[in-house]
Write a protein that binds this ligand. Structure first.
Ligand SMILES: [Zn+2]
Length: 272
């Protein structure tokens, strides 16, 4: 009888230990992968993310769209007008795409975590203030998200996002990644310059944003092996290029391709 009692105690002890261990692992997961925390945001962006989060298998292809300025300038192919951008967002919604950030993708890839069945990643390079003035309201209206790559030295300068705008966008669920300190050509730069551009921009952005910066974007798509190594060593989880095409399972995480978008035809041609 004594033995049974002891075994019962042991079993209860084991159960208590196992439960504590599971809880500890869950807490550690949230601490180590803060992006996996349920996102609390104003508006409907949070719904868009949680609603269709299903299988823990990454889709075979994920388009990463590349935009720059959202403004009216018909002669500059880096500018897409707000009306055109709105048409693109509506087309993506109509086709059943759910916008996620690059950070969402990088975390899902690293942890085999879930992503929506048909994700799309909208990226905006350089951090122009029209990303706040024109793109942000259009994204918010539709509960959509995006990743903006900031040139750290340009923050707050004329024509570029300031910290108040960045903070408001961050609170909604827009991700901010680094586009280096000065938009230097990282292919021509030596390792020391690469290190400063890549590492310092991450640290400064993290200090300003209060969140981990996981995504890097090579300025003008220029990079080489040492730039990749520096991005990795600085602690980024991945980086995007201007190599055309969708992200596939076999895509190298520090050389992710993107789809350059100017007009609706660029979407209908590349996305289905
Ligand atoms: Zn750029």
């Amino acid at each position: 009888m004594q033995i049974w009692n002891d075994q019962g105690k042991l079993l209860r002890l084991n159960l208590a230990l196992t439960t504590s261990l599971v809880m500890l692992i869950a807490i550690l997961m949230v601490l180590v992968f803060p992006g996996s925390r349920p996102i609390s945001m104003e508006g409907s962006a949070a719904e868009a993310v949680t609603e269709s989060t299903a299988p823990a298998v990454l889709p075979a292809q994920i388009p990463v769209l590349m935009y720059h300025s959202i403004s009216v300038n018909p002669t500059n192919r880096l500018c897409v007008s707000p009306a055109e951008f709105a048409r693109h967002l509506d087309w993506l919604k109509a086709k059943g795409y759910t916008s996620v950030t690059l950070k969402d993708y990088l975390i899902a890839r690293a942890t085999c975590g879930p992503l929506p069945a048909k994700p799309v990643i909208i990226t905006l390079d350089d951090g122009y203030d029209d990303n706040y003035l024109a793109a942000f309201p259009l994204l918010k209206e539709r509960g959509m998200r995006a990743t903006v790559f900031l040139i750290v030295n340009q923050i707050g300068r004329r024509g570029y996002l300031n910290l108040d705008q960045i903070t408001e966008m961050r609170d909604y669920g827009i991700e901010f990644g680094s586009h280096s300190m000065s938009h230097a050509d990282l292919k021509k730069a030596g390792r020391e310059v690469q290190r400063k551009e890549i590492r310092n921009s991450k640290q400064l952005l993290e200090g300003a944003l209060g969140t981990e910066v996981t995504s890097f974007c090579y300025p003008s798509g220029q990079y080489n092996l040492t730039a990749i190594q520096e991005a990795k060593m600085a602690g980024y989880m991945g980086a995007v290029t201007v190599t055309p095409g969708p992200v596939k399972e076999e895509s190298r995480v520090y050389e992710l391709p993107r789809v350059r978008v100017y007009n609706l035809g660029d979407l209908t041609k590349n996305l289905h």
